[in-house]
Design a protein around this ligand. Structure first.
Ligand code: SF4
Length: 304
């Protein structure tokens, strides 16, 4: 049963980060974004599906191929639509920003709707490390400080674990601890061919062990939980089981399949029950913590 979706609001970004998969794939800018009408159709569809199946919650990431705060008006529309129409509180949202567009007015919105949507920040560590793979460290830190001022606590951080993180793991951990950033989602870098950044999945798991042993950082990932989401976030692959990636161009199994017509499950406004049917017919879920995309797409590319 599908119980989580990423909704890609747009295909635009104000940064050009070195390891950004969507930038390198050429998906930024060349595709139409969602609008209020399409967003409403998607939300109604999810609410219908979730209530028919009596799901306790449907988790939605307003994340995708671009920077979500560049579509803040649409994000606002989505959250306000949920407040007005989803009285059973089925829909629970989060978004992840690159931290460069955050203002006090935006944070006031997240304060008012803090029970409905969480705002996470992408931050890979101290200045040199963050700016190696991403950009604008100073702006991100200033935005995090503003978040603390408005919401009274530090936000959850999304940190992409790459070769530089692992080579500097002591300094990375010390940085997060020194800045009281204790709630972090560590994700594994993927689809990057820069040998200064690439790591194996085992490198990533070893890094998570290192963080866990220290004990100061709270992080959600544990493959022992058998929680379906994404292997690159330390969980089990939810492709063919629980996940979908929704864009104006259609619905895909996860963000890495974006624009792969072979794996497209349908249009954004097709009822979710039909997507589930197509998903079950098209995809055989992976076992034992493997990544579907790595197994069936990357391997095939390598064998060619
Ligand atoms: S296919 Fe790979 S990247 Fe996509 S959800 Fe599964 S584990 Fe994550």
């Amino acid at each position: 049963m599908i119980d989580r979706a990423c909704i890609s609001l747009n295909n635009i970004c104000n940064l050009h980060c070195r390891y950004c998969y969507f930038q390198r794939s050429g998906y930024i800018v060349d595709s139409p974004a969602l609008n209020e009408e399409s967003a409403k159709a998607i939300l109604e569809n999810i609410v219908d599906y979730s209530s028919t199946l009596s799901l306790p919650v449907f988790k939605i990431g307003l994340v995708g191929a671009g920077e979500p705060l560049l579509s803040f008006d649409l994000l606002k529309y989505i959250v306000e639509w949920a407040e007005q129409n989803d009285h059973a509180q089925l829909l629970s949202f989060y978004t992840i920003t690159n931290g460069t567009l955050v203002t006090e007015a935006i944070l006031d919105f997240f304060l008012i709707h803090r029970d409905r949507i969480a705002l996470n920040f992408s931050l890979d560590g101290y200045e040199e490390l963050h700016n190696y793979g991403r950009m604008a460290f100073d702006k991100v830190m200033a935005a995090i400080a503003l978040y603390k001022k408005v919401l009274g606590e530090y936000p959850r951080i999304n940190c992409t674990v790459n070769r530089q993180t692992i080579n500097n793991k002591e300094n990375t951990l010390a940085f997060f601890k020194a800045n009281d950033l204790n709630h972090i989602n560590f994700s594994e870098i993927f689809d990057c061919d820069d040998s200064n950044l690439t790591i194996s999945h085992q490198d990533y798991l070893d890094f998570l062990d290192y963080i866990a042993k220290d004990g100061a950082i709270v992080f959600r990932q544990s493959i022992k939980e058998k929680h379906y989401d994404c292997q690159k976030y330390g969980r089990l692959c939810g492709v063919g089981r629980t996940n979908i990636f929704i864009t104006a161009q259609g619905i895909y199994p996860c963000g890495r399949f974006y624009k792969n017509e072979t794996y497209k499950l349908g249009e954004y406004d097709t009822p979710l029950a039909l997507h589930e049917k197509t998903m079950i017919q098209k995809l055989r879920p992976t076992q034992n913590g493997a990544c579907y995309y790595d197994m069936y797409i990357v391997k095939k590319e390598i064998q060619k």
